[in-house]
Design a protein around this ligand. Structure first.
Ligand SMILES: Cc1cc2nc3c(=O)[nH]c(=O)nc-3n(C[C@H](O)[C@H](O)[C@H](O)COP(=O)(O)O)c2cc1C
Length: 341
């Protein structure tokens, strides 16, 4: 049954450039760093399942720092009532958007009817989205693939979008390849099925009233600019994690705004008070620093920086001095003249 949705929040943020949800990667620590480097990027959490939120330690799964806003919570699930409950939690906890994962191909989640397998059940996805929209004022968005094996035609993709958008959902984040649900690992499913960007462009042409965000294999801001000729936004995953300084040009190049921070050294230094408070909460330094290792990607001294942290951050009692020592291994004068790789 389609019930009237609550009026959705007026978005005070843009989806022109987003960092993708990535399990174990887009943790609060990574997101804090990303936010120091770009004010305008929309950040996504790792996927949290409805089961984990409802029956587990919801405080832990929803933990974030207000500095990270704008921030979207990604949910995994297919029980409309549970998704509605979790969407309400997202609103109570200050998130800016709730996103439903219809793209993850892992066996573990398929067994629970979570992720890409839901592309085979458009009516169920619509029911889930409708219940979520009824439960929250937050924008409810869907991240999906262009298909799954056995359901990979253009018409089936359009049937999915038609059915889900009939709820009033207007934002679709499209990973421009199919997922193959048997026989490929999640990693292979991010590499082997060919990217079909033209399909995402065609979606925008066919559904001009919908907001279409393109995802998959995007590595540079020049590529982002090219995609933005055809779509409303871009979502970047792996490259934004391995090379977070990519975000430094997002505000000036994609939003016409000032660069929020001048150098990588400044970014790390500005992060120190946050790290100190996390250490005081009992978080181990190594859990934080593993997400900072990409900061000097492609820079002279970058390898030494990574090695020093990897060798020292896990030692007992390791504190900020490890980062200060690591930072000293990267020549500051060379910082802005980083080599491109
Ligand atoms: C380590 C890792 C974890 C991921 N976890 C999620 C997830 O929790 N939810 C999701 O929708 N996609 C997840 N993805 C997929 C990404 O969001 C993205 O769709 C994919 O990596 C393609 O974008 P890219 O080529 O820019 O990395 C994950 C990707 C990686 C590399």
């Amino acid at each position: 049954m389609i019930r009237p949705a609550l009026p959705q929040q007026q978005t005070a943020f843009s989806r022109r450039f987003c960092v993708a949800p990535m399990m174990d990667w887009t943790t609060p620590h990574y997101r804090y760093l990303a936010r120091l480097i770009s004010r305008h990027t929309l950040l996504y959490t790792e996927m949290v399942t409805t089961g984990a939120l409802i029956h587990g330690d919801s405080d832990r799964f929803l933990h974030h720092d207000p500095e990270e806003y704008p921030l979207a919570l990604q949910l995994g699930g297919s029980n409309p009532g549970e998704l509605a409950q979790c969407a309400r939690l997202a609103e109570e906890r200050g998130f800016d958007e709730v996103n439903l994962n219809v793209g993850c191909p892992s066996d573990r989640v398929q067994n629970n009817m979570i992720g890409a397998c839901l592309m085979g059940h458009p009516a169920l996805v619509a029911e889930c989205v409708n219940e979520m929209m009824t439960a929250t004022h937050l924008p409810v968005t869907v991240k999906h693939r262009i298909g799954i094996n056995g359901r990979e035609s253009w018409d089936e993709l359009c049937e999915f979008i038609d059915t889900v958008s009939a709820t009033g959902c207007r934002t679709f984040i499209v990973h421009a390849r199919i997922a193959i649900l048997e026989g490929l690992s999640p990693k292979e499913n991010r590499e082997i099925p060919p990217l079909k960007y033209d399909w995402v462009y065609r979606l925008k042409e066919r559904y001009p009233h919908l907001e279409i965000i393109i995802n998959g294999g995007i590595k540079t801001l020049d590529e982002c600019q090219a995609h933005l000729e055809h779509t409303d936004g871009v979502m970047v995953g792996r490259e934004a994690y391995h090379n977070p300084w990519l975000l430094a040009d997002v505000d000036p190049q994609l939003f016409g705004a000032q660069k929020p921070i001048a150098t990588r050294h400044d970014a790390l230094r500005q992060m120190l008070p946050y790290i100190e408070s996390e250490l005081a909460r009992g978080v181990h330094l190594g859990y934080i620093t593993r997400h900072l290792l990409g900061l000097f990607h492609g820079c002279t001294g970058g390898r030494q920086f990574r090695r020093y942290i990897s060798e020292n951050a896990h030692r007992r009692g390791a504190g900020l001095e490890v980062l200060e020592q690591a930072l000293a291994l990267v020549p500051e004068s060379l910082d802005s003249a980083a080599l491109s790789t």
